[in-house]
Design a protein around this ligand. Structure first.
Ligand code: FO1
Length: 309
């Protein structure tokens, strides 16, 4: 890969953060931009919580818990324990240090900052050398239709432990939302655009469906990394969600969702047999070790993807 190269990663939760971290390790400071899903955002205790922005920011700041991928490593939970005593809601596991992020973001927004500006302030304060951008500054909320009724994302994902079968998904507010100018510019001006191995339905789609984003991705040199390996999601409900929504829970099923947007699709060695059927979609296939168990794995995958360009 020729240095320096401007790379823009479209990311959701943990898998997206790991992919972004891989590129941050191999690029000069400032060459990486991460455009992050904000449709998981919600308000709790009067605080604006942006789980995917925080997961990306903490990962790029080397603060993220290696156990869960979200929240801050070795964080304590005294506030939550006291809240429990006081009869408050404790289903969303906010740590004490993590709480400071939610307090500060909420204060910045109340002072009139956009989510983009608030995120830049937080990321700069944590010494993150890359640009972390919300895909939109407007409120978009993933709503999931299930047998238990329509659930907001965190209720589905955390409070109910992803036990409900998802029959349909909608992104409340998406029609009225616009991708931020900074996010669109980051996609248009990148030498390489990466759709990270995030949940294609609830992490990637709320980014791609913002006006102008899909067209910008399609006209860039774009690579997507499969979040499904051998039919399974590495983390989270992507496999079950794909199935219950009528898609195939496989690298091929995900490739069909991205057909027309990407030049390359990166699949794991376990799925090498699917390459011909993915190539039949007009997509070039790179078979690589996509499991990221360490920082070195993340950097190696990023380097191999960069070499495709
Ligand atoms: N995910 C959980 O499964 N359980 C939790 O208690 C939890 C707390 C939490 C706190 C802060 C934060 O930024 C993320 C948190 N997450 C938790 C993850 C969150 O639900 C994200 O939306 C998922 O990672 C999907 O993107």
């Amino acid at each position: 890969m020729k240095e320096p190269m401007r790379v823009t990663v479209l990311a959701g939760g943990v898998g997206g953060a790991k992919m972004a971290h891989g590129f941050q390790q191999i690029l000069p400071a400032g060459e990486l931009t991460v455009v992050v899903n904000v449709a998981d955002d919600f308000e709790l205790f009067g605080l604006h919580i942006s789980p995917d922005l925080d997961t990306v920011m903490y990962t790029l700041a080397a603060l993220a818990s290696p156990v869960t991928g979200w929240g801050i490593q070795d964080d304590t939970h005294h506030a939550l324990q006291m809240l429990q005593k006081l009869g408050g809601d404790t289903w969303f596991g906010i740590g004490d240090a993590d709480l400071a992020t939610h307090l500060r973001r909420t204060q910045l927004l109340a002072d009139g900052c956009s989510l983009t500006d608030a995120t830049r302030s937080l990321a700069d304060s944590l010494g993150v050398p890359s640009h972390v951008l919300p895909a939109t500054d407007q409120r978009v909320a993933t709503m999931l239709q299930t047998d238990a009724g329509e659930l907001d994302f965190q209720t589905y994902f955390v409070r109910r432990g992803q036990r409900d079968e998802v029959r349909a998904v909608r992104f409340d507010g998406l029609e009225a939302a616009g991708a931020t100018p900074a996010a669109l510019a980051a996609i248009r001006e990148a030498d390489l655009v990466i759709i990270a191995p995030s949940n294609p339905i609830v992490s990637v789609r709320p980014i791609l469906e913002l006006p102008g984003v899909s067209a910008a991705v399609a006209s860039a040199k774009s690579v997507a990394v499969s979040p499904i390996v051998d039919g399974r999601a590495l983390k989270g409900p992507a496999d079950r969600m794909l199935t219950s929504l009528g898609y195939e829970s496989s690298a091929l099923g995900v490739a069909r969702l991205y057909a027309g947007l990407i030049e390359w699709f990166v699949i794991d060695e376990a799925d090498a047999g699917l390459a011909p059927r993915i190539e039949a979609l007009g997509i070039r296939v790179a078979v690589l070790p996509t499991m990221m168990h360490s920082d070195d794995d993340r950097a190696a995958l990023a380097r191999a993807i960069g070499d495709l360009a």
